[in-house]
Design a protein around this ligand. Structure first.
Ligand code: MG
Ligand code: MG
Length: 252
């Protein structure tokens, strides 16, 4: 399904979902200290989402078993929380969360470096987040998907990072994944048009090495083929007449 122009009521629900998503991601990030398992972090997320009157969109999506995806180091996305996966000092932890409120879905992700000031790792996070913001900056009524991908690619190419190609941004709102796909590379003024009232998830995934990834033995976790470290940032964004509104943010 191509992402639909949302009604005012649907957009209002997505704003609420977006704030909850941002608040829960912040809580998970602050809880991610050395020694805690990713399963415990997932439980913290699940409890908070429920207490805020929302639902975890990924739980049960294609039988995904947890409330949040947590991916460590060479894991790019879709890591399954486990009691056997313990957060360590120096880990890059990526948290990817979908929240459903009043039937509407938002999708957002952050990466963080656990208890370390490693410059190379921090630079990977910083540039990946910057590429997300540059991609978002292109969004307005009648922009094209290639405008977004090209802006993201420019930042990550310049920093000499690998850009994961097998996974892409997407429309979102009524379903977790709606068309169009929004690659993190491409050419400006190419690809499908975005119209005001559409909602899209922009999500660059960068690696310190090559772009190639594979699905791990659990059938979910996507890892870098060369074992290089990876980062992932994502926001759900509303296309507006003269620009955009990032929905997955919190004012608190
Ligand atoms: Mg996501
Ligand atoms: Mg997504």
């Amino acid at each position: 399904m191509y992402t639909r122009v949302k009604t005012d009521k649907e957009i209002a629900a997505m704003r609420v979902a977006g704030k909850i998503c941002a608040d829960v991601l912040k809580l998970v990030k602050n809880s991610a200290v050395p020694g805690i398992s990713t399963k415990e972090l997932s439980e913290i997320a699940a409890k908070e989402i429920k207490s805020l009157g929302a639902k975890a969109s990924f739980l049960g999506y294609k039988d995904f078993p947890e409330a949040i995806c947590i991916s460590l180091n060479d894991e790019v996305v879709h890591g399954i929380p486990s009691k056997d996966k313990i957060i360590k000092k120096g880990d890059i932890a990526s948290f990817d969360l979908g929240v459903t409120y009043d039937g509407m879905i938002v999708d957002s992700a952050i990466s963080c470096l656990i208890n370390s000031k490693d410059k190379e790792k921090l630079l990977l996070l910083e540039k990946t987040e910057l590429s997300l913001m540059e991609g978002i900056h292109q969004i307005k009524h009648n922009c094209r998907v290639g405008d977004i991908g090209s802006a993201i690619q420019k930042i990550l190419d310049r920093a000499k990072y690998g850009i994961v190609r097998d996974l892409v941004g997407h429309g979102v709102g009524h379903a977790v994944h709606e068309e169009p796909n929004i690659p993190n590379y491409g050419y400006g003024n190419s690809g499908p048009l975005l119209k005001k009232g559409m909602t899209v998830a922009i999500e660059p995934m960068a690696t310190m090495g090559d772009h190639e990834v594979f699905v791990g033995s659990d059938g979910w976790t996507i890892k870098t083929r060369d074992g290089s470290l990876s980062a992932h940032y994502e926001h759900t964004v509303l296309v507006t007449d003269d620009g955009h509104e990032v929905l997955t943010i919190s004012d608190s």
